[in-house]
Design a protein around this ligand. Structure first.
Ligand SMILES: Nc1ncnc2c1ncn2[C@@H]1O[C@H](COP(=O)(O)OP(=O)(O)OP(=O)(O)O)[C@@H](O)[C@H]1O
Length: 257
């Protein structure tokens, strides 16, 4: 581990019955960088995210954040440390307005149920929520039901939702999946801008153009292990990566386009 390492995953193991999702997964997330995480379907990327953010327990191994073990802590405890995440399938509240979704995030430190029932927020919380909606280009939709947003707009709302807590490390699970190209560009710009402001990212994504375009470093998983890591231009020509992921993934590529 170097002084630039913000998050370190050491030898993580996780099985579901007879299925080994993680088989000794080890990786480092560099502070102040946009770190990509790629790999074929089922290679263990989301399971690793779930363990890092407390949504799954690991069988063995460790997760260190700023050098301290956060293994098997609760999602709330990990969120409070400054690690925010989005999900592959967005978790916004469709029957609340866009702004009220943001206010739920503001009050996440309270009971989740209470914040759902009373997502009013103080004037300053509402102002901050509106600033973040403006940042992701959704301010004009603040009063609309979140359920009426397009898929790409939901992804932007989830990003704004995560930013409410001002996390230092942001984990994005397939932010560009199913999103139209113009919103993908908007998302790339926002991630790059947030990174310039000092946020560190770990981004799972199948869209290679997106990953190679914004990431400073890319880690590649296959069968629950890391098989390569480094700058995108090096990783993309690594024979192990071509073999495991880029070769023979035409179906996957079609899925994501
Ligand atoms: N809750 C679960 N119960 C049983 N098996 C699971 C569970 N979660 C994950 N798995 C299995 O673990 C393996 C790794 O899955 P995971 O979702 O972590 O991969 P992934 O790399 O994120 O895949 P994708 O790119 O398709 O999202 C897969 O074989 C998956 O079926």
């Amino acid at each position: 581990m170097t002084t630039d390492t913000l998050l370190e995953v050491r030898g993580l193991h996780r099985s579901f019955g007879g299925v080994t999702a993680l088989a000794g997964c080890t990786l480092e997330v560099m502070s102040g960088k946009i770190n990509g995480l790629i790999g074929p379907n089922g290679s263990g990327k989301t399971t690793m995210f779930n363990i890092v953010t407390g949504y799954e327990r690991c069988d063995d191994g460790d997760v260190l954040y700023q050098g301290t073990s956060i293994r098997n802590r609760t999602p709330e405890a990990i969120f409070a440390l400054g690690i925010g995440r989005t999900f592959q399938l967005t978790r916004i509240f469709g029957r609340l307005s866009v702004l009220d979704n943001m206010l739920v995030a503001t009050q996440r430190k309270e009971s989740w149920v209470r914040s759902m029932l009373r997502p009013t927020g103080s004037a300053s919380e509402r102002d901050h929520a509106m600033e973040l909606l403006d940042f992701v280009g959704l301010a004009r939709l603040a009063g609309e039901l979140a359920g009426s947003l397009s898929y790409g707009q939901r992804k932007l709302l989830e990003l704004a939702y995560v930013l409410v807590a001002d996390p230092q490390l942001i984990l994005l699970d397939e932010p560009a999946g199913g999103v139209n190209p113009s919103l993908i560009n908007q998302l790339s710009e926002k991630i790059t801008e947030l990174n310039r402001q000092g946020k560190t990212f770990l981004v799972i994504e199948h869209n290679m153009e997106f990953v190679m375009g914004i990431c400073h470093s890319v880690t590649v998983m296959s069968y629950g292990c890391v098989i390569a890591a480094g700058p995108p231009e090096i990783v993309r020509t690594d024979p192990k990566v071509l073999d495991a992921y880029l070769g023979g993934t035409e179906e996957d590529d079609d899925d994501e386009s």
